[in-house]
Design a protein around this ligand. Structure first.
Ligand code: ITT
Length: 182
C-alpha cells in the first residue's frame, strides 16, 4: 500500500482517482511540519525527510500554491493560510483593478520510496476569473487554466485532472510508479 499524508481529503480524492490501476492509495490524515520557504520543492523535501521516521513503507506528500503575477506571486507558499483567512472573495477583492490576471498553479510531490526522496513537479499557467464560477474546493472556482476553453477548475469537474497542476505532477509520479511498483 502507498500512503498519501495530508490534512486535505480533496487532494487525496484526486490522487486516488489519478493513481487508480497503478497503486492502492491509503490516506494518512495528518498535519505535519512545513518549513517556511518560497520554493515548494524545498518545502516538500524537508517535510518528507521529517516525516519518514514516523511512517513505515512508501508514502508521499504534496504542497501546492497559487502564484498571482500582479500580486508579486502572492499567496504562493502561503496559499493554504490565505485561503482559510480571506477565501476566494478576498482574492477577487485584491485583484480589483488589475488588468493582468495571470497566475501559475504549482504542485510539488515528494515521494519517500526505498530509502530515497523523489520529487515530481507540475505547473500550470492560467488566469484568475472575474468572479467565482463552478463547484470544487479551494481556489477551484476562481482559477482558469489555459487550454480549458475559459472554464474554471470548478466548472471542469473531474476533467480538471487533464489540465491541473496536480494532474501534471501526478502524471510524473504515475510514470515513476508504473516502472517500479509491484
Ligand atoms: P496539506 O495538509 O496536504 O498541506 P493543504 O490544504 O494545507 O493540505 P497546501 O499546503 O498544499 O494544502 O495548500 C494549498 C492550498 O491551495 C489549499 O489549501 C487550497 O486552498 C489551495 N489549492 C491547492 N490545490 C488546489 C486545487 O487543485 N484546487 C483548488 N485549490 C487548491
Amino acid at each position: 500500500m502507498l500512503y498519501f499524508v495530508s490534512s486535505n481529503a480533496h487532494k487525496y480524492e484526486e490522487f486516488r482517482r489519478m493513481l487508480s490501476g497503478v497503486a492502492d492509495l491509503g490516506f494518512v490524515e495528518a498535519e505535519y511540519l512545513e518549513p517556511q520557504a518560497e520554493d515548494l520543492e524545498e518545502v516538500v523535501v524537508t517535510s518528507a525527510k521529517w516525516l519518514s521516521p514516523y511512517i513505515r513503507g512508501p508514502f508521499f506528500i504534496e504542497d501546492s500554491g497559487l502564484f498571482i503575477d500582479s500580486l508579486g506571486g502572492f499567496p504562493g507558499p502561503y496559499s493554504s493560510y490565505v485561503f482559510k483567512r480571506i477565501g476566494n472573495s478576498g482574492i477577487l477583492k485584491l485583484m480589483e483593478g488589475f488588468k493582468n490576471r495571470e497566475a501559475i498553479f504549482v504542485s510539488a510531490i515528494a515521494l519517500s520510496f526505498q530509502g530515497r526522496i523523489e520529487v515530481f513537479k507540475g505547473e500550470v499557467r492560467g488566469e484568475i476569473a472575474e468572479r467565482a464560477r463552478g463547484g470544487g474546493w479551494g481556489f477551484d472556482p476562481i482559477f482558469i487554466p489555459y487550454g480549458s476553453g475559459g472554464l474554471t477548475y470548478g466548472e471542469l469537474g473531474e476533467r480538471k485532472d487533464l489540465f491541473s497542476h496536480r494532474g501534471l505532477s501526478c502524471k510524473k509520479l504515475r510514470e515513476f510508479l508504473e516502472e517500479r511498483w509491484e
